[in-house]
Design a protein around this ligand. Structure first.
Ligand code: ADP
Length: 191
């Protein structure tokens, strides 16, 4: 099993690159953002709770997303590996994920961390908001709140994996294919 985390601030290109990576490496894509948006579409109790946080650009409580990931792992017993996108986003989520993967004897192989300037992030998110139908991308103050959450709670997740020497920084600016090739080079070193 090959498990990897694609990491980076909102708008860093995780969703775009995830699609290409799962196709190339045959991994199962687990995006907590996508899972939460699907719960909201179906108006489940979990979705309704999550929406209050997401609309404000705040993180959804840890126990909610950890439960969701735990079920997703159980629902995919035959996966060749998982690509985690948008998860873990807090130190508590990282510790919970390590425990879940320990049970499967399949630790995280590598965290690929996309680096993009703040100015470029805001530009990309506002542009995505024109077509994505995501209300959290149309309002600049919600975008800034998400970037603040990233700095306050999520950036530390990279430090968590650095202690195990599992982090590779990847330049997240350039063409989609240039960035994809940089990511593949790092994966191929470790796979
Ligand atoms: P982006 O990376 O562009 O912010 P996502 O689709 O990953 O987009 O996440 C959208 C929103 O969903 C976040 O702002 C947050 O409210 C919520 N969310 C997604 N993943 C998590 C997570 N692991 N922990 C807490 N909240 C999350």
């Amino acid at each position: 099993m090959f498990n990897l985390i694609l990491f980076g601030p909102p708008g860093s290109g995780k969703g775009t690159q995830s699609e290409k990576l799962i196709a190339k490496y045959g991994l199962k894509h687990l995006s907590t953002g996508d899972l939460l948006r699907s719960e909201i579409r179906e108006q489940t109790p979990l979705g309704k709770e999550a929406q209050n946080f997401m609309d404000k650009g705040q993180l959804v409580p840890d126990e909610v997303v950890i439960g969701m990931i735990s079920s997703a792992l159980d629902n995919n017993p035959n996966a060749k590996g998982f690509l985690f996108d948008g998860f873990p986003r807090t130190a508590a989520q990282a510790e919970a994920l390590d425990k879940l993967l320990e049970l499967k004897e399949a630790p995280i192989a590598v965290m690929l961390a996309l680096e993009v300037s703040e100015e470029e992030l805001i530009k990309r998110l506002l542009k995505r908001g024109e077509t994505s139908g995501r209300s959290d991308d149309t309002n600049e103050s919600v975008i800034r709140a998400r970037i603040t959450e990233y700095h306050n709670k999520t950036a530390v997740v990279a430090d968590y994996y650095k202690q195990f020497d599992k982090v590779e920084m990847v330049k997240g600016e350039g063409t989609i294919d240039e960035i994809f090739n940089r990511l593949c080079t790092e994966i191929d070193k470790r796979a």
